[in-house]
Design a protein around this ligand. Structure first.
Ligand code: GTP
Ligand code: MG
Length: 312
């Protein structure tokens, strides 16, 4: 119960290059979809907290944006990187994610991975998490672990599949050992501390990522303007805006006779109905906002507000 003393209470930050499976992992740990997942890199843009609770522990995991030296909108990109590193600084332990299917252990460790390791705070223990082991032969897993352990002083290493759950429990048990006794902060059934508006905007963004071709999703941000729940009708009414950077992009998002926007809206609505277990009315607007990714006002609105002053 809330306030009870538990043997293991602490914070674990998940960090790694884009697409290494960080969000898939946090969703599996908390057994609920709290962080969106797509096959495209740089899906996650904010810190997403997932709360794991069992009989003797509560661990607050933080999912972070994949760290990259790539550039798609300078302000957003630099904020995302700062976000991820700052989340790692606050934790009891860092989980450093590597996508084993992208590794070439015979050539050493990846360049982007090396960049992250170089910038981690050496005072915080880091566990190597080699993910996607379902996709490769066991030898590749062993070689990857060996080559990474040679380069960095990891506290431990684990081979997992965030997708099918293999290896997850031993990793959680290890994380517990880096936590301290303390009071339970969140009720047992709480999976995350994010609010409805944020989750809704993320679900819409996930559909945009999946439905639009390669580069366009990176030029998009979603804000939720209004949410209203009508108890008699058991209806959740949502109004949201999709901000794009150019007129031509608006045309693509809307699509021929509005078909693309309609499809995105339907997919998002269906998922939101499942999440909230009620009918959902979803109104989507598309708005051209040049260079939104360099505008503080909009970035603050999509969740960069809380730590804004620390990041400037
Ligand atoms: N085969 C396999 N695929 C995985 C596994 N974990 C994640 N994936 C896939 O990898 C892709 C990226 O997963 P995400 O969880 O979005 O990765 P991420 O690290 O959060 O990515 P960013 O948010 O862009 O930094 C998705 O298509 C996932 O389905 C795994 O264990 N095995
Ligand atoms: Mg992610």
């Amino acid at each position: 119960m809330l306030g009870d003393n538990l043997n293991h209470v602490g914070f674990a930050t998940i960090i790694g290059v884009p697409n290494s499976g960080k969000s898939t992992f946090i969703n599996r740990v908390v057994e609920s979809k709290i962080s969106i997942v797509t096959p495209k890199a740089q899906t996650t843009r904010n810190k997403i907290r997932g709360i794991y609770t069992d009989s003797d522990s509560q661990i607050i995991f933080t999912d972070t944006p994949g760290i990259t030296s790539g550039d798609f909108g300078k302000l957003l990109n630099s904020w995302m990187n700062k976000y991820s590193f700052s989340a790692a600084k606050d934790a009891d332990i860092t989980l450093f994610f590597v996508d084993v299917s992208k590794q070439h252990p015979e050539l050493g460790i990846g360049e982007e991975e090396a960049h992250i390791l170089k910038n981690l705070d050496p005072k915080i223990p880091t566990i190597l998490v080699v993910n996607k082991i379902d996709a490769v032969k066991p030898m590749r897993v062993d070689d990857t672990i060996a080559v990474y352990r040679k380069r960095f002083n990891f506290a431990d290493s684990f081979a997992i599949s965030a997708q099918n759950g293999e290896g997850i429990q031993p990793l959680i048990d290890c994380v517990k050992q880096y936590c301290q006794p303390g009071p339970q902060y969140f009720p047992e059934d709480t999976a995350t501390d994010q609010d409805d508006e944020f989750l809704i905007s993320e679900i819409i963004r996930e559909k945009l990522f999946n439905e639009l071709s390669q580069e366009l999703p990176y030029s998009i941000v979603v804000t939720v303007e209004r949410v209203r729940y009508n108890q008699t009708k058991n209806l959740f009414s949502i109004e949201a805006t999709i901000h794009v950077a150019r007129d031509s992009q608006k045309g693509i998002v809307v699509g021929h006779k509005g078909e693309t926007l309609k499809k995105i809206g339907t997919l998002a609505r269906k998922e939101l109905e499942e999440i909230y277990d009620c009918k959902v009315g979803l109104n989507l607007f598309v708005r051209v906002e040049e260079k939104w990714f360099d505008k503080e006002r909009l970035l603050k609105k999509v969740g960069f507000e809380k730590d804004f002053e620390n990041l400037k």
